[in-house]
Design a protein around this ligand. Structure first.
Ligand code: WT7
Length: 632
């Protein structure tokens, strides 16, 4: 393994090199991996198309770098430590040798079921080791995985399967989440009514609920691997072949299939993993994210395995069987590095310290935070009660589209400041622009965060719609990648992310488009139109506030509100359920018919004094009515 940065002076030196000679810098990192053919050229790019290519004509397979490469020195080291939802069920350990074997075997099973290089395979599974095996088996044979979070509804699932024209779906009968059993297979069955591209469904047995198996289409996982060889040579891929599609929310109702390719993603997630967390050989690392999100892809599976780490995978939820579960697992598995989301920290803080006290937590060395800004209070609580004031906290800023962490302290190396993601990693060139796109130089500036040079794991396209990628990210400010985030650079040159500046909201760390929620609400037959905005929420970061106009008189508003919530759960999933629903007679609109969201946001935030100019509204009276009925 190449050395990692060990001092702040080294960081500054690496950073300088990465800016002065980026191609040389990343080529040096890439040399550490197994390639079947060396690249001809390190980088070609332009942000106008956009087109970004790293390690051009390099040939490789990422699973050889995650697995085979480690077999000589680490075959008996645990690769995955799996902790079940129910603490009474046995923990499962997969060594590097065992994981390799299972991945190869399942890769052969996929081939036996018709999977070929380039096929898209949808994975809708619980957080069990087979999910990681499924992901890696796809990569082994050059199939493109599209993991869909198990909390999404049949409609979201079918939209994603259709968009990528997946030929195979990998699922389970059900999932255990806390005290609940979530039906997965029945959701898949409903989704597949509108997905003609799907020819096979492979079903893992997990909860033993009764399900229906469609003859000729559905096959049990245990049957699919029966008598199947565990030898599977890796399919040789091009560096710029697609590794995966991962859907994320945008400003329209339709989810975007963010595409990452193999070579650059591999080099960057390995480098960022080792440097941000300062991973030492033999340590136990735990990322609590679900593999359905980018954090799970990059820092539960790929980054740790590329680095030869031991990665913990947890099936359950932080509050089951009680709010001490995370801390229990940390002691039980002797976790050294713990990476979670601010929303989880805030919710566990609310349960009180009695759930923390029984545990020593003395294995911990590094703490991480991801997904949304971490407020000072949560940062302090995490620092004092979990880290015992001994563990650096890395507040890692990045996105589905960036594939890896871009702005973050390096644990124990970069001086931290609560609520600051601090400094860019080597290779990352952040710039702050004002709304008009003028680059704001120097310190003490605030504006919108862009990146001015490609890094190896940057988004390549949005699946099936390259124009959407261009217009969303590369066309707002010429020659810059636009992140959608507001950002401040302080007097020390430290970066602080201030939140989204577009029509998406971060709810419990999950990105949701307001338009997406509105179109789900509008599916309810009694709703004429709706407007959704975010409002600050103590635990979730942001809550969802929906203003709805009904077409019939519904005296039983509580029943109607419940139906709206159920409709959103049906069309998107439980993560998008509105927290507050206000039934209104109309929405504030301009004379040209545009909804004035600014006003609704202020009302939702209970900032009535700052509604701004309402005189240009079509019907200013509606604002008074909405203010009077606001829910706080
Ligand atoms: C958005 C990306 C980061 C991977 C998981 C989420 C927000 C992310 C931070 C942070 C403040 C953060 C941003 C970003 N965000 N990390 N450390 N501090 N905000 O990926 O779902 O694509 O969301 O999450 O708004 O744009 P994602």
């Amino acid at each position: 393994m190449p050395n990692r940065i060990t001092t702040f002076a080294e960081y500054l030196d690496e950073y300088r090199k990465s800016i002065d000679t980026p191609e040389q810098f990343w080529a040096d990192k890439a040399e550490a991996f197994v390639w079947h053919q060396h690249w001809d050229k390190v980088l070609e790019w332009n942000f106008a198309e956009p087109s970004v290519q790293w390690f051009i004509n390099g040939k490789l397979n990422i699973t050889e770098n995650c697995l085979d490469r480690h077999l000589l020195s680490k075959s008996t080291q645990p690769a995955i430590l799996w902790e079940p939802n129910n603490p009474d069920e046995a923990v499962r350990t997969l060594t590097y040798a065992e994981l390799h074997e299972k991945v190869c075997q399942f890769a052969n099973a996929l081939k036996n079921n018709g999977a070929k290089k380039g096929d898209r395979i949808c994975i809708y599974m619980p957080m069990v080791p087979e999910l990681a095996i499924a992901v890696l088996a796809c990569a082994r044979i050059g199939a493109i995985h599209s993991v869909v979070f198990g909390g999404f509804s049949f409609k979201s699932l079918s939209d994603r399967i259709q968009d990528a024209e997946c030929s195979i779906v990998l699922t389970a009968d059900g999932a255990f989440r806390g005290a609940k059993d979530i039906p997965l297979k029945s959701v898949v069955d409903e989704a597949l009514e509108t997905c003609p591209s799907v020819k096979k469904v492979i079903v893992l047995s997990r909860t033993n609920v009764k399900i229906t198996m469609v003859e000729g289409r559905d096959i049990w996982w245990h049957d699919a691997i029966l008598n199947v060889s565990a030898e599977c040579p890796a399919t040789i891929m091009d560096s710029e072949d697609m590794l995966f599609i991962l859907y994320t929310s945008g400003s329209t109702g339709k989810p975007k299939g963010v595409v990452h390719t193999i070579g650059g993603y591999m080099v960057y997630v390995d480098y960022s993993f080792r440097n941000v967390f300062q991973y030492n050989d033999g340590e136990v690392y735990w990322c609590t994210a679900d593999i359905g999100w980018i954090t799970g892809h990059s820092y539960l599976i790929y980054g740790p395995l590329l680095a030869g780490a031991t990665t913990v995978m947890f099936e359950g939820i932080p509050t089951y069987p009680d709010a001490g579960r995370f801390w229990n697992i940390i002691d039980k598995q002797q976790v050294n590095i713990f990476y979670t989301a601010p929303t989880a920290i805030r919710s566990l803080e609310a349960f009180g310290l009695e759930f923390v006290k029984p545990y020593s937590l003395n294995s911990l060395r590094v703490l991480g935070s991801v997904g949304e800004p971490i407020n000072k209070e949560a940062w302090e609580w995490y620092h004092v009660n979990i880290g015992k004031e001994n563990c650096p906290i890395v507040d890692t800023w990045w996105q589905t589209e960036t594939g890896g962490i871009l702005i973050s302290p390096l644990a124990g190396i970069t001086k931290t400041k609560p609520s600051y993601a601090t400094l860019p990693l080597p290779g990352i060139r952040p710039v702050i622009v004002n709304e008009a796109g003028k680059i704001l130089e120097g310190n003490n500036v605030e504006g919108r965060l862009c990146i001015e040079f490609p890094f190896p794991s940057i988004i390549r396209t949005t699946y099936g719609d390259h124009e959407r990628c261009r217009s969303n990210y590369f066309d707002i400010y010429p020659n810059l990648y636009f992140t959608g985030d507001g950002c401040k650079r302080d007097e020390d040159g430290y970066y602080r992310i201030t939140g989204r500046v577009d029509d998406v909201i971060k709810v419990s760390g999950h990105l949701l488009g307001t338009a997406e929620i509105e179109s789900a609400i509008n599916e309810h037959p009694d709703i004429v139109e709706s407007a959704v905005v975010g409002y600050p929420h103590d635990i979730k970061g942001w809550g969802i506030y929906a203003f709805v106009v009904c077409n019939t008189h519904r005296p039983d508003t509580n029943a109607l509100k419940q139906e709206i919530i159920d409709t959103v759960a049906k069309y998107i999933g439980h993560i998008a359920k509105p927290d507050k629903i206000q039934i209104v007679s109309g929405l504030p609109k301009t004379r040209s018919g545009k909804i004035m969201r600014r006003i609704l946001r202020k009302i939702a935030e209970n900032d009535m004094a700052n509604l701004g100019d309402t005189s240009t509204l079509l019907d200013p009276a509606v604002v008074e009515e909405i203010k009077a009925g606001a829910i706080h």
